[in-house]
Design a protein around this ligand. Structure first.
Ligand code: AMP
Length: 185
């Protein structure tokens, strides 16, 4: 199964992505995790992307694709993926569709985790106490939510038009959301 999890920061993509991937027996591929690992390992790419992560802005497409696409294509060949955090804009989705078309690696389903903004702010602020993430500060949380609204939310319509979208109300417990996701798959 090839699946994309779409949702704002704090919508539960990471938590649900891990659960779902384990259940489906495919890897959970989180673009943010891949990028943070580059920063942590002080690679050349990591040095180039660190500033974007710290400020909550999107990493330029060229750098993101270089890192994420090979991992996704390999997973697709090996049986599927749960993709979390990529694509993050309509431009990324269009470019990814071009890359995936030849090999049939594109998503079979896209799940949108819908959470009201007030709940997102609360969850992210609580997570800030333990996450150790440089982008879990009040200012950057606000900026990341703005970037989501401007760049990523248009993907909901993009995938709805393609008949791939399933929306799940994700302002509930982890177990309830996991059940709702199973129900729409
Ligand atoms: P996340 O862990 O998904 O919240 O992502 C953390 C940060 O990584 C984002 O705020 C961006 O700076 C960067 N990032 C993650 N995925 C992408 C992507 N698909 N395109 C551009 N930047 C990304």
């Amino acid at each position: 199964m090839r699946l994309i999890l779409l949702g704002a920061p704090g919508s539960g993509k990471g938590t649900q992505g891990q659960r779902l991937a384990a259940r489906l027996g495919v890897p959970h591929i989180a673009s943010g995790d891949l990028l943070r690992a580059e920063v942590r390992d002080r690679t050349e790419l990591g040095r180039l992307v660190a500033g974007y992560l710290d400020s909550g802005q999107l990493v330029p497409d060229e750098l993101t694709f270089k890192l994420v696409v090979p991992v996704v294509l390999a997973a697709a060949r090996a049986g599927g993926y749960v993709l979390d955090g990529f694509p993050r804009s309509v431009a990324q989705a269009v470019q990814a569709e071009e890359v995936a078309a030849e090999s049939g690696a594109g998503p079979e389903r896209v799940i949108f985790l819908a959470v009201p903004e007030a709940v997102l702010v609360k969850r992210l602020s609580e997570r800030a106490a333990t996450s150790g993430r440089s982008d879990d500060t009040p200012k950057v949380i606000t900026d990341r939510l703005r970037v989501f609204e401007a760049e990523t939310r248009p993907l909901v319509e993009h995938y709805r038009t393609r008949g791939l979208l399933r929306e799940v109300a994700a302002d509930r417990s982890t177990d309830e959301v996991a059940e709702a996701i199973s129900a729409v798959l």
